[in-house]
Design a protein around this ligand. Structure first.
Ligand SMILES: [Zn+2]
Length: 288
């Protein structure tokens, strides 16, 4: 099946995408000796202390990177493990995504291209998607457009906090691919101008989120169920405020200094000025 992000709607992509995932389940379930039970444990998320399973070592390594980055992040992986979510690598970049979390199927898919990159890149996407999984579990999916933006904001908060834990407040020195450039830019924009980040997020996710109806985003604008202490790592309150007050998100703000303000201001291009393709890639697909 040939689909491109430019020719079909996001929801069409999503529906076909999930259909492909289901097909893969069926393929996995009939693969070799496996039974329904067997294929399940092979791809279940694990915590580092768990015994070796059939989980791809690249995925396991990315889980471990998150687990060991900060104790605060361990719940992200703990929430996936124990049979709650399965982790699979697939060619999903061709579907316009780096990662995708399905509430219905309890699966997170990651693009196979990450196996060729520094594994911290996969871990960055995994952090974002793991937050979605945690929110699905605790709150269910977003039901209004504003909740959808807030839901995405939470994923980006975790991805950026993780990136910062790996590389520090300026991101990865000498980024070696477009994904790393993107992660650096998002982190810096988050730190310097969270309201502008929110405005960009609203632009990039409009086609996905605006299909939902009106309503307040407040159900997801809470520290509950985020990694503890994340508000000390990134300007979470300012980002939440920008989503609560659309006028604030529309108005450029002076750069904000966080984490003590010792960091010299960095000249950051808006993520909107970076590779347009990255933002197709930043989409993920949710159950309605
Ligand atoms: Zn997302």
């Amino acid at each position: 099946m040939i689909l491109t992000a430019n020719t079909v709607s996001t929801f069409t992509i999503r529906d076909n995408f999930l259909a492909l995932a289901v097909q893969d389940y069926q393929d996995l379930a009939t693969d070799g000796e496996s039974s329904q039970h067997n294929y399940h444990w092979r791809y279940d998320a694990v915590v580092p202390a768990d015994p070796q399973t059939g989980l791809d070592p690249v995925l396991r390594q990315a889980e471990t990177l998150i687990y060991e980055a900060r104790p605060d992040f361990r719940t992200l992986i703990g929430n996936l493990a124990g049979g709650r979510y399965q982790l699979l690598l697939q060619d999903i970049a061709s579907q316009g995504a780096y990662g995708a979390t399905s509430e219905r199927y309890h699966v997170i898919l990651f693009d196979t291209g990450f196996t060729k990159l520094d594994n911290h890149d996969l871990a960055g996407v995994m952090g974002h998607e793991a937050q979605h999984a945690a929110d699905f579990t605790a709150s269910g999916g977003p039901v209004t457009a504003n909740e959808c933006y807030a839901f995405e904001l939470r994923g980006f908060l975790v991805g950026s906090a993780l990136w910062q834990s790996f590389y520090g407040p300026n991101g990865k020195p000498n980024p070696s691919n477009a994904f790393e450039l993107r992660e650096n830019a998002i982190l810096l924009e988050f730190r310097q101008n969270p309201a502008r980040f929110v405005k960009n997020l609203q632009t990039f996710y409009a086609s996905e989120c605006d299909t939902l109806g009106p309503g307040a985003p407040d159900r997801f604008l809470t520290l509950a169920n985020l990694p503890p202490g994340i508000e000390t790592q990134l300007p979470v309150a300012q980002a939440f405020a920008a989503l609560r007050d659309p006028a604030l998100a529309q108005r450029p703000l002076p750069g904000l200094q966080v984490n003590g303000g010792a960091q010299a201001p960095v000249d950051v291009r808006s993520i909107a000025d970076l590779v347009p393709a990255i933002d197709r890639g930043s989409q993920h697909f949710m159950e309605p």
